[in-house]
Design a protein around this ligand. Structure first.
Ligand SMILES: [Zn+2]
Length: 420
């Protein structure tokens, strides 16, 4: 079965959705921003035309429902995120949502209803940019969103609660976004790999075995600001110099651990003037590994190092915020169905670990989870040069449709589709 025209349409839609941005000439679309509202209207229109019933849930997720062959059927959710990092590429997140819509279009074209319903979900937030907290859309859908986050403010001092109100959503009703227990049959996410593994193996697509665990911390070195001209070097407690030493330690520690990734991605300095010794340096730390024990040990080591650096330099060190997400295995049965579907489409069923975090890691808490990766040319992502190959998009669509048919047979055999 060739899905060329549907795949071409998916790519054209990725191009169009890239124009919904907070910044001229760049793709930047953060949680609850105005361009997201317009994107919902456009993408929701495509969903409706495809035969999906569209709603925007309490967490500002865009959801399209394709009913199953009988009432009360459970739901297979196919989702990814619609928000982006600043100056993003066209495919991270959006591609997975559009492939979900295209898969439903293929079913409609073939006149098929399945023994389960499909909900294509465009999550409102995954990247953790605006409120320094990731997976907000999927956490709400999974019923795992901490209500205290509502009081957190963005860089402009707007609280998440106010941002929800401005978007036309009542923050007090966020709980309504959660699926009732037992309603989900499973969750499938299709996403670009954002890494080099599939390309190195010459593979169009691959099955995710697990998602690496991830720790995100925001830490602060607090020294003493002073005059850059009059304060002698030996009398200084330079917060930025301490932070700089720590950044290099993070790099050294990660290089020494196989499969370990550790990154300082943000650093802000106060007061931040050319003639003032830095008083405060605030930075983020992101640590990942497929094995939780390795990641936990690395985080503990790095915090010990940070305290030692701070003590030696006479500055204070504090952890401002921290989040730890354990590694998440995919559901074995769904992963096997994906692998079978890849082989049936004439490709090698490569298995790999996701170094990037995804909504799938959150959804795995409430439903059997599977992920399909598409090759990322050059491994480039979170960058405007992010690309996909048209043939890979077509392959992914074939695999999804094959997966749906196989899941329908499995569900039929085991009668898993009724109310749980
Ligand atoms: Zn993504």
């Amino acid at each position: 079965m060739l899905e060329t025209s549907l795949a071409d349409e998916v790519l054209a839609r990725c191009d169009e959705l890239a124009t919904f941005s907070e910044e001229a000439g760049r793709i930047t679309r953060t949680f609850l921003c105005e361009p997201m509202r317009r994107l919902h209207a456009r993408l929701g229109g495509w969903m409706e035309a495809a035969g999906l019933r569209v709603r925007i849930d309490a967490a500002a997720n865009l959801i399209g429902l394709y009913e199953g062959s009988r009432d009360g059927a459970r739901v297979l959710a196919i989702g990814s995120h619609l928000d982006t990092v600043p100056d993003a590429g066209k495919y991270d997140g959006v591609l997975g949502v559009l492939l979900g819509v295209a898969a439903v279009q293929a079913l409609v074209r073939d006149g098929r209803r399945l023994p389960f319903a499909i909900e294509v979900i465009g999550f409102s937030e995954e990247e953790g940019i605006r409120f320094r907290a990731p997976y907000l859309g999927s956490r709400a859908v999974a019923g795992r969103l901490d209500a205290a986050l509502m009081q957190r403010a963005d860089a402009d001092g707007i609280t998440m609660a106010d941002a929800f109100r401005a978007f036309g959503r009542d923050p007090a009703r966020i709980d309504e976004a959660a699926y009732p227990a037992g309603r989900l049959l499973g969750y499938l996410e299709v996403h670009i790999e954002q890494g080099p593994v599939l390309e190195a193996q010459g593979a169009a697509v691959g099955v995710v075995e697990s998602i690496a665990g991830q720790s995100r911390l925001w830490v602060e070195f607090r020294g003493q600001a002073g005059h850059a001209g009059t304060l002698p070097m030996e009398a200084r407690h330079d917060a930025l110099a301490a932070a700089a030493e720590f950044v290099l330690e993070v790099e050294r520690r990660a290089r020494a651990g196989a499969g370990l990734r550790a990154t300082v991605g943000t650093l802000t300095v106060a007061p931040g003037a050319v003639n003032v010794v830095p008083g405060v340096a605030r930075l983020s730390l992101d640590v990942r590994h497929a094995r939780d024990a390795v990641r936990d040990a690395a985080v503990a080591d790095l915090l010990t190092q940070a305290r030692a650096i701070a003590a030696r330099r006479g500055v204070a060190f504090a952890i401002d915020q921290q989040e730890h997400h354990p590694a998440v295995p995919a559901d074995r049965h769904l992963a096997d169905l994906l692998a079978t579907s890849i082989a049936a489409a004439g490709h090698d069923p490569i298995r790999l670990v996701s170094g990037a975090g995804h909504d799938a890691a959150v959804m795995a808490d409430v439903a059997p989870m599977a992920m399909l990766f598409l090759r990322s040319p050059g491994g480039v992502s979170h960058h405007p040069d992010e690309r996909v190959l048209p043939g890979d998009v077509q392959a992914a669509l074939e695999v999804i449709v094959g997966f749906l048919h196989r899941l329908a047979m499995a569900v039929h055999d085991f009668d898993l589709a009724g109310d749980a």
